[in-house]
Ligand binder design. Structure first.
Ligand SMILES: Cc1cc2nc3c(=O)[nH]c(=O)nc-3n(C[C@H](O)[C@H](O)[C@H](O)COP(=O)(O)OP(=O)(O)OC[C@H]3O[C@@H](n4cnc5c(N)ncnc54)[C@H](O)[C@@H]3O)c2cc1C
Ligand code: FES
Length: 276
């Protein structure tokens, strides 16, 4: 696989450092799966030298690829400021992706902050197959300014369960509390439903999701966002401890892993683990 040239055709500021980026010329991404990512680099000289990994939010057959970014450092700030027409280099689609939507399961999609794109794309895939009612989105952030593209989610047919740590919108607290509440709801209201969890967000959130899923024996898929240099399994910089092998590589074995294959640290303050 080689880098190819694409162009920014739209770059929309969403506030609080979030931006939605639309690229043209990405025909080779058309068959990408939700959870896959690209390595993206602008024509910005040597600083930063390395491309940046970005999840796909949506792809369309005419070569359009959408992403949601949040500026946290030099690379993402340059992307945030990039104007339509800017040429970028793209490698992808990379990584594995989430399992296909399944009419026999109810998928609980758990999105934390800028970890939302792969779950949006999963819901979009479900919607295209007439299965959006088999998905439930739980979306959390620190404040209301961390929850973006809500109109686009609703346009897919989702009714996202929102939570914010400051209570400025939705339920006050972490998205993991919303997940626990939805699991309990379904176990009471629809005990015959097979539940499945798919999550992407900050590392501590992912570990908390895994600890919630485990006692219920719910199949749980986590998309991890490690720092990456090559994105293709060459630099060995994205190793994470696993059970099936001492290490798995987030870029080439993942970024989506079964939680049961990862070494999940105990909850803070719990010597032997437990729910946060
Ligand atoms: C598979 C994958 C998919 C991703 N998808 C998206 C996405 O859709 N949208 C998006 O905005 N970001 C995404 N990221 C994170 C994004 O790649 C990083 O935020 C970016 O590389 C930071 O580059 P920078 O030059 O702006 O910041 P740097 O100057 O490199 O770093 C700034 C700060 O961000 C931290 N950081 C760097 N990389 C990561 C990372 N991977 N995860 C968490 N913190 C990091 C650094 O430790 C540092 O504190 C993804 C990462 C991976 C691995
Ligand atoms: S980023 Fe280089 S091996 Fe994963």
């Amino acid at each position: 696989m080689r880098y190819f040239d694409a162009r920014i055709i739209e770059n929309r500021a969403l506030g609080n450092g979030y931006f939605s980026l639309r690229l043209g010329g990405c025909d080779s991404l058309a068959a990408s799966r939700p959870g896959q990512f690209i390595m993206l680099r602008g024509d910005w000289g040597r600083d930063p030298l390395l491309p940046r990994p970005m999840s796909l939010l949506s792809v369309a057959p005419e070569g359009r690829a959408d992403m949601l970014g949040r500026s946290v450092g030099r690379g993402t700030k340059l992307l945030e400021a990039a104007l339509p027409g800017t040429r970028v280099s793209v490698l992808g689609p990379l990584g594995n992706g989430f399992p296909d939507p399944d009419p026999a399961t109810l998928d609980l999609l758990v999105a934390g902050g800028v970890g939302m794109p792969p779950l949006f794309m999963q819901a979009e895939h479900a919607a295209r197959r007439g299965l959006v009612d088999r998905c439930e989105m739980m979306y959390g952030g620190r404040t209301s300014r961390d929850l973006v593209l809500l109109g686009e989610m609703r346009a897919l047919g989702l009714a996202p369960h929102l939570s914010t740590e400051d209570g400025s919108v939705g339920r006050r607290g972490r998205v993991t509390a919303a997940l626990e509440a939805r699991i309990e709801h379904h176990r009471t209201a629809n005990p015959s439903h097979k539940l499945r969890i798919m999550a992407c967000g900050p590392r501590e959130m992912l570990w908390a999701v895994a600890r919630i899923a485990e006692p219920y024996a719910i199949e749980c898929h986590l998309s991890v966002e490690e720092q990456m240099a090559c994105g293709i399994g060459v630099c060995l910089g994205c190793a994470i401890p696993a059970r099936s092998r001492p290490f798995r590589y987030a870029c080439s074995d993942g970024p989506v892993f079964l939680a049961s294959d990862l070494v999940i640290p105990p909850a803070p303050g719990h010597a032997n683990g437990g729910t946060p």
